[in-house]
Design a protein around this ligand. Structure first.
Ligand code: WTA
Length: 684
């Protein structure tokens, strides 16, 4: 990916000026205003962030200090001494600001006739009832609640009910399978898990509750399971005294059952969300209440130029950070109308998104490159039939967007005029960090443009020097704290410190290059993560699952470029003595990964090898495996470190055989990771 991106960078010369129409009423209107904000944020960060926090958030008690920084331990505490509640900010205050009957959440179910619309008042009622219900299960401030739920309104209601009580929610993407769910529940020590009988996806049911039951046998912290009846399955096993239906639970609480908001410290944890860790164990990223919420509202307003009458649709699953920040907390804190879609873009036909845009007059659409690429492949005719004129701003997130996809999106969805905000950020950053401002920034297809005001992004060489390497590319770092920054890593201080250990400031794990205009071009992950259709997966986690199979002696997993998914998973496997290489074994290994982590982690290719390329000290040289998988083995770099150079030649021949036989070997599994997509990605 990075090589392709670097080539792109050198050849991409197009640029697009921000639209004139609508500029005068924009939050940031024009380059000069943006530049002035950057200067102000740099000169006096406390003043800048303090002002934003005052404008955007309702505080029960104001802060003593905007930022309390412990540079030695890289601990940054924002708005210390302040009190607030996220649920109050996302609901209650809008009830008295004239938005009581405004649509807060519009939900489109997979069936087109299945639509629910919650006004702010209705959301308030449901969130209060759920807060009472959780409280009746003895959930209190600081307790953990896991949400293993599909894209249904109850997920948003559950998040806001937790926030109201001060309980910490941990969402677990409903596409995860056994191992992924268990490790997350274990790590968070959740006392309650909220789930559904099944997730509905492309006409099929995925039985979440039944998947959960065996997992819970090994999760002693869980006292109760609350089950939403979504699919109406009639064979759901409910364990007495532990499991309870959502509708039975809230039935005890009437529609006027107010539940007061718990005043939280600005630095109390609002939620935990796991990313794939580099060791195979997921990393529980903790976000604060005050800093995170301020940053979510701030970036939603500026990056999307959010206005009061906008219908805003972030297509990401709410179980990911994008859904948290830009599906729930950001838009609701601003009192906006947020859309939620249960289905996938290609089912029953590849016009699903455009029907929704037309039906609900969506103004702002925020989606992922993987979705754009898959719809692009199916042709523009699907979009042409619909009236997309309500759209004002388009967004992209999750992985680098290739200029071809950018141009398709711009021309066919944006009529060649709409600004595309390509927002670069991560679970750890809480919100967008590098992104155009729709009415201020000149766009270059494939570049996320410039850091937001107050964000000090830079590219560094490996040696920690301030500067670049490899033809101008290097490690993307953030040198100053910002309010959306993670609070810590749950129960893993060492992991938290590892983000700062190399450069003394926040290291993103991404590679980037800055051009002469100061535009950032993100090259993708340079750590041990793979980004499949916008999902961040850990190579170590997949390797551990493969290595645990009795037939496997050793496994190494690397990314390979993929036309639709951006990156796909390529696994090298050494079998144990006497175990023959076979298609059956390939299938078994894929099934094991799918069962344990989820379909999204299933390898695109599995190459059996005699041995791994290793250094004389026995370390696998992944750099070489990555190049072979990416078909760029003409330049394998220095091979003198290899204990046995012969190994490499055999692996290259094996790789070529795999590519030749790709029609047979790229089995159905190849398409499945995207069908479990984070961004409700393609299913057909
Ligand atoms: C990648 C998702 C290029 C990047 C918000 C990052 C991107 C990882 C972009 C974080 C973008 C996200 N351009 N790459 N606009 N947005 N990424 O934690 O590699 O799920 O490190 O957060 O996605 O993934 P995460």
């Amino acid at each position: 990916m990075s090589q392709e991106r670097i080539t792109t960078l050198l050849t991409e010369k197009r640029s697009y000026l921000p639209p004139e129409h609508g500029k005068s009423s924009a939050w940031i209107c024009g380059q000069e205003e943006y530049d002035a904000l950057c200067r102000r944020a740099l000169d006096d960060p406390s003043d800048f962030w303090g002002a934003r926090a005052s404008q955007l958030i309702h505080w029960f008690k104001r802060w003593d200090k905007v930022l309390d920084a412990d540079e030695q331990r890289h601990k940054y505490r924002w708005f210390t001494g302040a009190k607030l509640n996220a649920s109050f900010n996302c609901i209650d205050r809008h009830l008295i600001s004239g938005r009581r009957n405004k649509a807060a959440l519009i939900w489109q179910g997979e069936d087109e006739m299945d639509v629910r619309c919650y006004t702010y008042q209705m959301l308030y009622t449901e969130v209060c009832r759920m807060a009472h219900a959780l409280s009746s299960l003895h959930i209190r401030k600081g307790d953990h609640v896991a949400l293993y739920m599909p894209m249904i309104p109850e997920l948003v209601i559950a998040m806001l009910a937790c926030a109201r009580i001060g309980a910490i929610h941990t969402a677990i993407f409903s596409g995860y399978a056994e191992g992924g769910v268990r490790s997350r529940i274990h790590d968070s020590k959740a006392r309650v898990v909220i789930t559904a009988d099944a997730a509905v996806r492309a006409g099929k049911f995925k039985p979440l509750k039944a998947n959960l039951d065996p997992i819970l046998e090994k999760c002693p912290s869980v006292a109760h399971v609350v089950v939403v009846r979504r699919a109406g399955l009639d064979n759901v096993t409910m364990q007495p005294n532990r499991d309870i239906w959502w509708h039975d639970l809230i039935d005890d609480f009437t529609l006027n059952a107010d539940f007061p908001c718990e005043p939280m410290d600005a630095n109390d944890t609002l939620f935990l969300l796991h990313t794939s860790g580099s060791t195979g164990k997921p990393t529980g990223i903790m976000h604060s209440t005050g800093g995170y919420l301020t940053y979510a509202a701030h970036t939603t307003q500026w990056c999307f130029d959010m206005r009061d009458d906008d219908v805003y649709w972030c297509t990401a699953d709410m179980g990911w950070i994008t859904g948290h920040t830009y599906g729930v907390y950001g838009p609701l804190a601003l009192g906006a109308t947020t859309m939620m879609f249960e289905g996938v873009p290609t089912w029953p036909k590849p016009d699903r998104y455009w029907r929704i845009v037309e039906n609900f007059r969506v103004n702002i659409l925020y989606t992922a490159p993987t979705v754009i690429r898959s719809l692009m492949r199916l042709g523009e005719a699907w979009a042409e039939r619909y009236d997309l004129r309500s759209l004002r701003i388009l967004g992209s997130v999750g992985e680098p967007i290739n200029p071809e996809a950018w141009s398709w999106y711009h021309k066919n969805i944006g009529g060649g005029e709409l600004p595309i905000v390509d927002t670069w950020w991560q679970t750890e950053t809480g919100g967008a960090m590098i992104s155009p401002m729709p009415y201020a920034t000149k766009l270059k297809p494939g570049s996320a443009a410039k850091p937001l005001p107050g964000i000090d992004a830079a590219v560094m060489g490996s040696g920690g020097r301030d500067g670049e390497e490899d033809g101008g590319s290097g490690h993307l770092v953030i040198r100053k704290p910002w309010p959306g920054m993670m609070l810590g890593v749950f129960n893993d201080e060492e992991k938290y410190q590892s983000y700062f250990s190399r450069f003394g400031c926040y290291e993103s794990g991404d590679g980037a290059q800055v051009d002469a205009d100061g535009y950032f071009w993100i090259l993708g992950r340079i750590d041990d993560s793979i980004n499949v259709s916008g999902h961040r997966l850990s190579t170590a986690e997949i390797e551990a699952v493969l290595a645990a199979c009795p037939e496997v002696g050793e496994a190494a997993v690397v990314p390979m470029p993929h036309r639709l998914k951006g990156e796909a998973i390529y696994a090298y496997v050494v079998t144990r003595d006497e175990v023959p290489w076979s298609e059956d074994l390939r299938k078994k290994l894929r099934d094991t990964v799918r069962r344990d982590i989820g379909a999204l982690a299933s390898p695109e290719y599995i190459q059996f090898v005699e041995a791994m390329p290793k250094t004389t000290s026995g370390k696998i040289i992944r750099r070489m495996l990555r190049k072979i998988a990416g078909d760029t083995y003409e330049d394998l770099g220095d091979t003198t470190a290899l204990a046995d150079p012969q190994v490499l030649e055999t692996i290259i021949i094996g790789h070529q055989n795999i590519l030749q036989g790709q029609h047979e070997t790229a089995t159905a599994a190849g398409d499945e990771p995207a069908s479990e997509g984070k961004e409700a990605a393609p299913g057909a």
